[in-house]
Design a protein around this ligand. Structure first.
Ligand code: ZN
Length: 423
C-alpha cells in the first residue's frame, strides 16, 4: 500500500528549508528500497497566515515499498538532524496509508483560503487515520496534512529546485546571471519569474542562507530540465528535485462581495471606483471600491512600484475587478492589490471656466452656478458658458499586475495567460 508523507514548518525565520528536508528524506527512503510515486509536491498555503515562516510552504510525497515504522524512523532522523527545532520550528510530519479522501481535500482548500485552528488539524488527522509526529507546538501539522490532501486538479505548475552542498550554505551563490537572462529569453513563458523586469534582478536564487541554490518555475517538468541545463553554475550541487506545485494558479482567491470580506482571505472583488485614488506620505496608493453591497479600501503599497502609477490613473466610475489579500487596517478592511482587470473606463470629463471673449484670459468662477467673471476686464458670462473638456484616458482596459517581487507565490502571473489550461 502506498504511503503519503507530509512535512511542514522545518524552518524558523532564519534558515533551513522544507524542500531540502524532503529531498534528503526521499533519498534516504529510496536507499532503503522505497519507490517514489509521481512528483513530490510543494504546496503553498494561505499567504495571509500571520504566523507563517517564509512563503508558507509544505511538502508531501508518496512512496511504496516501505513499512510505516521504518518511514517514521527515517523521517524523525532527518528532521532531528536538519530541522530548526532549537529555533522554535514547529516541525510536523503526517503519514497517511492509501489515498487522501474528500475530508483531507476539503482540509487543503481551507488551508489555502482560510486560517485553520490547530485543533481542526488534530481532528481531521484522527478522522482520516493519519499519524502525526510533531515538535514544539506542532503548528506544522496543518501544512503537513494539507500537502497530502492537496487538490491540483484546478491547475498546477512545477518547480525545479537545486540544493547546495552544506559547506556552501550561507556563501554567495555562484550562478552566472547572464546565463539566467539567456535562459529566460529562450524558455519564457513556459518558465516564469526568472527575473524581475522592473529591477533587473535575478529571481531564481534566494538571498537567504538556506540550502536552496536556485528554483526555476515552469509549466511542465521537461521545460525545467531544459532551462536548468542552460544555467552556468560554478559550485557543486547536492541534488536536483522537481516538485509539482500549486504556485501561480490563483487557487487562494475567492470571488466575494464587499459585504462578505474578512481579515485574512484572498478575494476577487468586482466593483466601481468610488473615490479617486490618492498617494500618501509612504508612497502607498489608496482608493475606495464600491459594489452593490458596500465599499472597501483598495491599496497599492510602495513595493508594488510602477503598478501604483496605473492605479493613480483610475477615476470614479471605472469598472474593475480587483484581486488581493484582505487585511484589517486602521481605515477598515483593505484589499492589498495583486492584480486588477479594468473592464470599463469612463470618460474623464472636466468642467472649467471659459476664456474671456474680449481678452482671451481664463475667467474665474463666481461660485457654484453663479457664472464667470473676467479678472482683467470685468466681462461676465453665465454658467452655461462653462467649458467641457474630455481628457483622454492614459490607460486601456485589460489586466495589470504588481511586479514579481511584490507578487505572492500562489498568484498567477499574467504572462502565463491561458498556458495553464493546457497543462
Ligand atoms: Zn476679459
Amino acid at each position: 500500500m502506498a504511503l503519503w508523507i507530509g512535512i511542514d514548518d522545518t524552518d524558523s525565520r532564519k534558515a533551513g528549508c522544507t524542500t531540502y528536508v524532503a529531498a534528503v528524506a526521499m533519498r534516504r527512503l529510496e536507499a532503503l528500497g522505497a519507490r517514489l510515486i509521481g512528483y513530490p509536491r510543494l504546496v503553498r498555503l494561505n499567504p495571509n497566515c500571520p504566523y507563517k515562516t517564509r512563503g508558507n510552504a509544505a511538502v508531501a510525497f508518496k512512496v511504496e515499498g516501505v513499512e510505516l515504522e521504518k518511514a517514521e524512523d527515517v523521517m524523525t532522523g532527518v528532521i532531528e538532524e536538519l530541522s530548526e527545532l532549537d529555533e522554535g520550528a514547529e516541525t510536523s510530519i503526517a503519514f497517511l496509508r492509501g489515498e487522501p479522501d474528500e475530508r483531507l481535500r476539503g482540509f487543503y482548500w481551507r488551508a489555502v483560503r482560510e486560517l485553520i485552528p490547530l485543533e481542526d488539524g488534530f481532528r481531521v488527522a484522527e478522522e482520516v487515520g493519519a499519524k502525526l509526529i510533531y515538535y514544539n507546538g506542532g503548528m506544522g501539522i496543518i501544512g503537513a496534512l494539507a500537502a497530502i490532501g492537496a487538490d491540483l486538479s484546478l491547475g498546477k505548475t512545477y518547480e525545479l529546485i537545486a540544493h547546495r552542498r552544506r559547506e556552501y550554505w550561507g556563501t554567495v551563490r555562484r550562478i552566472d546571471p547572464v546565463s539566467v537572462f539567456d535562459m529566460d529569453r529562450a524558455t519564457r513563458p513556459y518558465t516564469f519569474d526568472n527575473i524581475d523586469p522592473e529591477s533587473g534582478e535575478i529571481r531564481i536564487a534566494p538571498h537567504t542562507p538556506c540550502p536552496v541554490l536556485l528554483g526555476i518555475r515552469g509549466v511542465n517538468p521537461e521545460i525545467l530540465e531544459k532551462a536548468f541545463k542552460m544555467i552556468r553554475i560554478y559550485e557543486p550541487i547536492e541534488f536536483v528535485t522537481i516538485f509539482e506545485t500549486n504556485q501561480a494558479t490563483d487557487v487562494h482567491y475567492q470571488k466575494l462581495r464587499t459585504s462578505d470580506l474578512s481579515d485574512g482571505v484572498s478575494a476577487i472583488v468586482e466593483g466601481i471606483v468610488a473615490e479617486a485614488p490618492r498617494i500618501d506620505v509612504g508612497g502607498h496608493v489608496f482608493f475606495k471600491l464600491r459594489d452593490m453591497h458596500g465599499e472597501i479600501w483598495c491599496a497599492a503599497y510602495e513595493p508594488t512600484k510602477s503598478f501604483r502609477k496605473l492605479i493613480l490613473q483610475l477615476i470614479p466610475g471605472d469598472e474593475i475587478v480587483a484581486y488581493g489579500a484582505v487585511k484589517q487596517k486602521p481605515q477598515g478592511l483593505t484589499l492589498n492589490l495583486e492584480k486588477i482587470y479594468i473592464r470599463v473606463l469612463v470618460e474623464n470629463i472636466i468642467e472649467r471656466p471659459p476664456t474671456c471673449p474680449d481678452c482671451r484670459k481664463r475667467m474665474t468662477s463666481m461660485g457654484k452656478n453663479k457664472g464667470f467673471k473676467c479678472r482683467r476686464c470685468g466681462t461676465r458670462l453665465p454658467e452655461e458658458c462653462k467649458e467641457i473638456v474630455r481628457v483622454p484616458r492614459a490607460i486601456k482596459p485589460g489586466f495589470y499586475e504588481v511586479p514579481p517581487s511584490a507578487r505572492r507565490h500562489l498568484t498567477r502571473p499574467l504572462m502565463l495567460g491561458e498556458l495553464l489550461r493546457d497543462n
